[in-house]
Every structure is written in C-alpha cells, then in structure tokens.
Write a protein that binds this ligand. Structure first.
Ligand SMILES: [Zn+2]
Length: 341
C-alpha cells in the first residue's frame, strides 16, 4: 500500500516541477507583452498574471534615456503581441526599433490620461517620470489592464480580477506615502537628486525638487546647474542629497563633499532592482524610495521600519519548496525502510 502512495505523490510533484520548468525555459507559447522599462513590465506581470509572458526591452538596472537598441531588443519587438510604451520623450529609440522590426503588434501609450509635468530645470521639456506618483500608477494600471483585455479578450476576467486587487494596493500605498512624507519637517522637504526624475513625486506628496541634470540623463551637467544646487543646499541647510541607481553618482558625491551634505541613500527612478533588492516591484520601489527619503530628511528610521505596515510578505515560494522537499525526504525514508521487505 505504501509504495503506490509514494509513487503517486512523487509523480504529482515531478509533474508540477516539469510544468514550471517547461513554461519558463523550453517552449513558452503564452502571448508576449513587451514593455520599454522594467517598471511597466512589473505592472503588466501583476495584471496579466501567468497567462501572459512579459519582457522589458531595457534590462534591469539599465537607463532607458540612454539605451541603445540591441539585437535582443529587436527580437523582442518583432515577436511581441503587445507593446507598452511610456511616451513623454522617455524612450525616443522605440519608434525606430518598431519601424525596422516590421512588427504589427498594437502599441499602447500607458500614460494616456495623465497630465504631464514640464521639467522645472529645462523649459519646454516634458517630464516622463509620471509613475513616481502612485495616483498616476493607477492610470498606468488602468491603461495596461485595458490594453491586455482588448488584445487578449479570452483572459479578460482574470485581468479584471488582478487589476482590481492591484488598484486597491496602489491606493493604499498612495495614502501611506502621503502620511509618511508628512513626517518630514516642512523646512526640510527638499529633495536633491542627480537627474530630474522626482517632480511627480514632489508635486503629489509635497516636496520641493532640485536636480543637477534635466529630465533625461543624456546631457552633461553645466557648471551653472552645479552652482544652483550648491547654493540651495547651503541656503536651505539641506541635510541630505540622493544618488540614483541608474545614474553615475560622481557629481552628486562631489556636491555632498563640497557642501557637507550627507548622501541620503540610493533611489530607484528609471529601473527596478533585481529580485533580491528592496525595489524588485513597482510598489516596493515607491515604498523603498519613500522610506529612504523620509529617513534621510527627517531622521525617523525606527518609526518608519516599525510602523509603516508595509513589511515585505514572507515568500510563499520558499515555503512551497521546503514542503515539497520534506515530502520527498519522507517518501525516500518510507521507501528505504519498507522497500527492503
Ligand atoms: Zn529618468
């Protein structure tokens, strides 16, 4: 009796593993959704669930402003069933990539309905970083949900279910960011970064923003920009300045050295971090940035980490793997002990 039971359990477990492996690597025939940056890919993964495959053209840690299309990027665009773009001058290289790929996939502008901000630093230039305001994140989510439902209507019920849950998470996060930023004393609500990526964050949550570079990173800093930022730090007694994970930190470190301001931390602006980082999803990125900014500008780290109610959930996948290993081990023990008889 014991051996057939063990075999049945083993076959079930192996079938589950085989299914996962084949879906990931061997042949994946799910529809392919391609986004320009990892932040939007994460949104599409949450709403699309496991019935679609999502890839980002700019790899994790890459800078979409200065990205130069690769053969891999061309392949993604050619094989895409749906392409998601931010617009607002974010991914100027995409038009050419689409033109030469010959793709017929629909291209969705996921910032549709968002009122764009202009760059404070550079007149006449639109700020692409609209995702930094969680209320705008709701618009991104709605646009992605609609595009997925239109393109793959057979899965629209699943998309709607995922979208509703996601919307609720984003709304909750938006309220948390507002409350958390309010901890910073008003006179210290000045956020200084390398490039002008946080205007939407500042406008939504009440911070003044200054950056050395404009809304893109593809230009060199001018001496006048450095002088402007140094003057502000000295005059307003700004305690901390911030580097960004996708921008060379040399200049901001130099300014910190010259003024005595601290480096308040490293913020995620144009790319998520890898899965081991504290910013591996869009929601975690906003949470992490908020914690980092508020801690550095107000010095309330203990209060933040204890009370924010947004601690990362313990992963369910390690738990599942652990359980499966335990079942395997038990199975082998039983087989070894009883199989000899
Ligand atoms: Zn940027």
């Amino acid at each position: 009796m014991i051996r057939p039971l063990f075999l049945a359990i083993s076959v079930c477990i192996l079938a589950a593993f085989a299914k996962t492996t084949s879906a990931q690597s061997v042949e994946d025939d799910r529809p392919l959704v391609v986004s320009t940056a990892s932040i939007f890919a994460d949104m599409a993964k949450v709403i699309g669930g496991n019935v679609i495959r999502v890839e980002s053209i700019v790899p994790l840690g890459g800078d979409p402003h200065t990205f130069e299309p690769t053969p891999e990027a061309a392949k993604l665009v050619t094989t895409a069933d749906l392409i998601l773009r931010n617009g607002l001058t974010f991914e100027g290289w995409l038009n050419e990539l689409i033109r030469y790929s010959g793709t017929t996939a629909p291209v969705t502008l996921i910032t549709k309905g968002i009122e764009p901000l202009g760059s404070v630093t550079y007149e006449g230039s639109e700020d692409p970083h609209a995702w930094m305001n969680a209320a705008n994140g709701l618009v991104y989510a709605k646009n992605i949900y609609r595009a997925l439902s239109l393109t793959f209507p057979e899965y629209s019920d699943q998309f709607e279910f995922n979208y509703r849950l996601y919307r609720s998470d984003i709304e909750q996060l938006d309220a948390w960011i507002r409350d958390t930023v309010s901890i910073i004393p008003e006179s210290q609500r000045v956020l200084i970064t390398s490039h002008d990526a946080f205007q939407y964050f500042g406008a939504a949550y009440g911070l003044r923003l200054e950056a050395i570079l404009g809304t893109s990173t593809d230009a060199d800093a001018q001496t006048s920009d450095v002088a402007r930022v140094i003057k502000l730090i000295v005059e307003s007694k700004v305690p901390s300045v911030f580097i960004e994970t996708t921008v060379n930190p040399k200049l901001i470190r130099q300014i910190a050295d010259d003024t005595g301001a601290r480096i308040g931390g490293s913020l995620f602006s144009d790319s998520l971090g890898d899965e081991d980082s504290p910013a591996s999803t869009y929601l975690d990125m906003l949470r992490f940035n908020t914690r980092t900014i508020v801690t550095a500008l107000s010095g309330t780290s203990s209060q933040l980490s204890a009370d924010d109610g947004f601690e990362k959930e313990e992963g369910s996948i390690p738990l599942l793997v652990g359980t499966l290993l335990a079942v395997f081990a038990l199975g082998f023990i039983i087989m070894f002990r009883y199989g000899q008889k």
